[in-house]
Design a protein around this ligand. Sequence first.
Ligand code: ISL
Length: 563
Amino acid sequence: MPIDDAWWKSAVVYQVYPRSFADSDGDGVGDLGGILARLDHLVGLGVDVIWLSPVYPSPQDDNGYDISDYQDIDPLFGSLADFDRLVAAVHERGMRLVMDLVVNHTSDEHPWFRESRTGTDSAKRDWYWWRPGRVDADGASVPPNNWGSFFSGSAWALDPVSGEYYLHLFSPKQADLDWENGEVRQAVYAMMRWWLDRGVDGFRMDVINLVSKDPALPDGLPYGGGPYGDGSPYYLCGPRIHEYLAEMHREVFAGRPERVLTVGEMPGVTVADARLFTDPARAEVDMVFQFEHVGLDQGRTKFDVRPMRLTDLKASLGRWQTGLADVGWNSLYWNNHDQPRVVSRFGDDGPEHRVRSAKLLATVLHLHRGTPYVYQGEELGMTNAPFASVRDIDDIEARNHYAHAVAAGEDPAEVLAGLRAMGRDNARTPMQWDASPGAGFTTGTPWLPVNPNHTTINAAAAVADPDSVYHHYRRLIALRHNEPALVHGDFTMLLPDDERVYAFTRHYRGTTLLVLANFTSEPVDVDVPKDLLDGAEPILGNGPYGEPGRLGPWEARVYRRVE
Ligand code: ISL
């Protein structure tokens, strides 16, 4: 089929974080049975694809992104039989299911790594990055290079068995696989085929642009004021990354039905790289999932929060729209399991503006070109959590950052403020289904406390209220399915220098969509070119339609004009 008809261009993806979605057995952790019981919520919303964060056996050091068996289900979440039932139920409802593929690293408890660490002569030694240490001026053993880990500290761990170090870009319990080794790649491809044969509809590929490393592993330049170096020039979109993804495509996806979706999660990817990764003619991945816009309010580290300027957001998202206009495809998202809640971050989560600003953010995002992602609870306008102290924080990235920053002399209260604003736990508090004590998520004690605001912000209330954030998402998703201009239309940014109003058009075969959004809590006058409004009808908004040239606080409006 011509690529412009690719089904995923008019699809909306819903991300489920299984730990926090729905608990069917009262142990306080979400599970597959819980997802199965709540599928009709997703049918009601109208989404096409469910992306499931990892449910494989795992020591849960990074909540399942540390996998110890790629071909099973962790008993915490259920069994393979439960999984098969879920896939069948998803398909019966006309949706697809995409798995998380985490193959930059395995758990240190994966049999491959257990074997690899038995000694320098292990048959799987070169499945991972093992190197002898260096000796410092005092004669002490230090890591092979200066790279820092994403989760604080060195990216190397010393293993007592051989006295060598192994590379871990994330936690020491997430050992990086060495993709230079063809056996590693073949083992990964075989596992992927096994899941596709089982009925899954594709993969969201975790940090897939980190799998090719420069085997020389050179030191990186110092960053963040700490003792570590930035190794990213040597592992981010590394020398063989396109070769690997093309090989994966040939080995795993070629000849499969068009129903399969491949999404490359790629921190630090540039527009130019993304064009290569997602050019259909190159057959690598269908779309990238990039991070530029969610880094705009961060300073030296991701926990150094600074206000986001609307003009920066427009410049970034606009550049991605233009850069992929003729070739390539992008994911559109505000939230995932690694990001704070968008209404708290870029909107206003106070009682007066929460609903309005959540709807505005949804409108702006969903009207762009690309495939929109809804992260569980986003459709309810769920907010960040009121973590009182560092003891309330569970996430490894946040806990490590706190320990390192405080040890380095930073003010604990300031570090905690950064975690409150940016911490990943904000995304991971349980899904708010109803106003009951466990928020309808669990009858037991939830693994992470439910947000106290579940008494008013919850799915039951949202579904019952035609003016809710939920129904606004439902309308946006329906528009994606029914309006070709939303899927295929050209994108033109208007008012790029305006700090208050986000405005753009989409144009396709005689239809123009005009989007106007006021990112402030004051009314604003908007200078919209008159020709854009001539004969245009408002089709969607978050308030009563007033004068086209004036928007109320956090008001967003979409107009359509047909020539
Ligand atoms: O959160 C981040 C940026 O602010 C990232 O550094 C994040 O760790 C990165 O985007 C990769 O994320 C993925 O891989 C990690 C895992 O912890 C995340 O949950 C996952 O989404 C390691 O597997």
